[in-house]
Design a protein around this ligand. Structure first.
Ligand SMILES: Nc1ncnc2c1ncn2[C@@H]1O[C@H](COP(=O)(O)OP(=O)(O)OP(=O)(O)O)[C@@H](O)[C@H]1O
Ligand SMILES: [Mg+2]
Length: 242
């Protein structure tokens, strides 16, 4: 397995805060796998994803993507990394869906016909062709998530960072997205931040994040569940012994 993202002991504190939010996170992400970061609210999952694309820069430590330090030249990677924001509203800028999804490919300087093709293909993949003419402001939350995802796919990045991708998705749409991710991993590396069991179940690797540190590293959901049960047992034993 080829390691495509190598996070080496990153420490990070947001401005105007007292304590550090990341306290020496070290993890490796393999190419063509689905890796999920899970952990309590506020544990640091989104902050880690933002380091991979260079929105956050580590105070100490480094993030290597394809062997290159992302903090030193983050722009080089924007073409290769797609980031689905935790809140899809942060991602949608244009009043019209088609215009919004074509923003990324337009920025890549592609020709009109290629842009149109990419927009149609991305909408087909995500199942939102029927939304193409809609005003973005009138979309439901789940629809906004799908439009944001299509916008990323239209750029054809090789790494997908998806922060809470299940947001607003229904019982019928979510399985389609899960299947799409399973297909996409044939030629993409996918990193997800989520506490949603359905996303954990399709993961090839799960990292448990706790208070800005990696607390566990599991090879699948079953392994993760039994790891959690073992931690509970150990905690209970040490309480009983007191
Ligand atoms: N811009 C910011 N300024 C100050 N503190 C921040 C900022 N963004 C996040 N934090 C804090 O950093 C910590 C980690 O936040 P982060 O968003 O990475 O958590 P998370 O694991 O993604 O949580 P959730 O499950 O709620 O999405 C939290 O305590 C959060 O309040
Ligand atoms: Mg988050």
């Amino acid at each position: 397995m080829n390691v495509i993202i190598d996070i080496k002991s990153i420490h990070f504190k947001y401005p105007d805060t007292i304590n550090k939010q990341l306290n020496g996170v070290t993890l490796k992400i393999n190419e063509f796998e689905i890796t999920t970061l899970t952990g309590k609210v506020g544990s640091g999952k989104s902050s880690i994803l933002k380091h991979i694309i260079g929105i956050n820069k580590p105070d100490k430590g480094k993030v290597l993507v394809d062997g290159k330090n992302i903090s030193e030249d983050s722009n080089v990677f924007h073409k290769e990394i797609g980031f689905l924001f935790e809140n899809p509203e942060d991602q949608i800028f244009y009043p019209n869906v088609a215009e919004d999804i074509s923003f990324g490919p337009r920025n890549l300087g592609l020709r009109k016909a290629e842009i149109a093709l990419r927009v149609i293909n991305a909408c087909e993949e995500v199942g939102i062709l029927h939304l193409l003419d809609r005003d973005t402001i009138t979309l439901s939350l789940g629809e906004k998530t799908l439009v944001a995802l299509a916008g990323i796919l239209a750029m054809k990045p090789k790494i997908l960072l998806l922060d809470s991708p299940g947001l607003g998705l229904d019982l019928w749409t979510k399985p389609k997205i899960l299947n799409l991710l399973k297909e996409l991993k044939n030629n993409h590396t996918i990193v997800i931040a989520s506490n949603d069991k359905d996303f954990l179940r399709i993961s090839d690797k799960i990292f448990l994040i706790h208070e800005g540190k990696v607390k566990g590293n599991y090879k699948n959901y079953k392994n993760f569940r039994s790891g959690l049960d073992r931690r509970k047992d150990t905690l209970k034993k040490s309480k009983d012994e007191k």
